[in-house]
Design a protein around this ligand. Structure first.
Ligand SMILES: [Ca+2]
Length: 271
């Protein structure tokens, strides 16, 4: 999602500036009839404060690379070759599953006729009704429960049978929930035989619109307790880190369509 709202501070600034300019004579002495009032071009030159793309809680991977340079980061390296942008605003689940399916197949011998998993390829092979296709991608997002089924179906569609697909709702951001999520992140960071896909409120991660979103976890830095998000909304975002606390808080939000809290899918595969 993008920063689509002009802040109240910005609006105040525009109003204030316009008020100042309106106080000038509309046709000051010396100005020739038919010319635009001197104040008009000035409006276009007034700089409008813009909202930053990311909030205070997101740190770009491009500015914080040390962890993935100095640690094995198996999921990061498994997912990176397949980091994909979602087809449209509703297709974050589709792009996330495509990334994980490809990462899960990495290292396997593929034949000349074996396609990589693409979003359109998944839509052709997976008949799960949770993915409602539109000409440009999907019609609507999916719930966390549906995501679990879609991950399983997506892997099977490309010849992989997951060992397990765990759907975990995060009911709150209590210390107990943080400990549980930390344990899963720590386990997940050990190898590329498992992956976590998070379902969260975008506003909590990037101070953008409050809307449900889905993205794979690319790494967990236990030292700084940060989580690397491969956000598929690539029209607007590049990969970013959020703190473990923000990660939990973003998932511990209510999905009113599902009537449940968001959370994550932890999928395990055989290597
Ligand atoms: Ca893993």
């Amino acid at each position: 999602m993008r920063n689509s709202l002009v802040s109240s501070a910005s609006l105040s600034f525009i109003f204030f500036t316009t008020g100042l300019l309106a106080a000038e004579p509309a046709n000051p002495a010396g100005a020739r009839s038919g010319f635009m009032p001197r104040s008009m071009p000035l409006v276009a030159r007034v700089p409008t404060p813009t909202k930053p793309k990311y909030g205070a809680d997101a740190t770009l991977l491009s500015r914080a690379q040390q962890y993935v340079r100095e640690n094995p980061a198996p999921d990061f390296w498994a997912l990176t070759p397949y980091y994909a942008g979602q087809l449209n605003d509703a297709s974050c689940s589709l792009a996330s599953v495509a990334m994980v399916v490809n990462a899960a197949r990495a290292g396997r011998s593929l034949g000349a006729d074996d396609e990589l998993a693409t979003q359109l390829g998944l839509l052709e092979r997976v008949k799960n009704p949770a993915w409602k296709r539109s000409p440009g991608g999907l019609v609507a997002g999916v719930t966390l429960e549906q995501l679990g089924g879609l991950v399983s179906d997506g892997l099977k569609a490309y010849g992989l049978t997951p060992l397990s697909v765990e759907v975990v709702h995060v009911p709150d951001s209590s210390p107990a929930s943080v400990r549980k999520v930390r344990k899963a992140l720590t386990e997940n960071e050990k190898s590329d035989s498992d992956f976590i896909i998070a379902n969260f409120d975008q506003q909590v991660f990037t101070d953008d619109a409050s809307v449900g979103h889905i993205a794979p976890v690319a790494a967990y830095d236990a030292g700084s307790r940060r989580v690397l998000i491969f956000d598929p909304d690539r029209r607007w975002y590049e990969p970013y880190w959020v703190s473990e606390e923000v990660f939990v808080r973003g998932m511990a939000t209510r999905d009113f369509t599902a009537g449940k809290h968001r959370g994550y899918v932890h999928v395990r595969i055989a290597r």
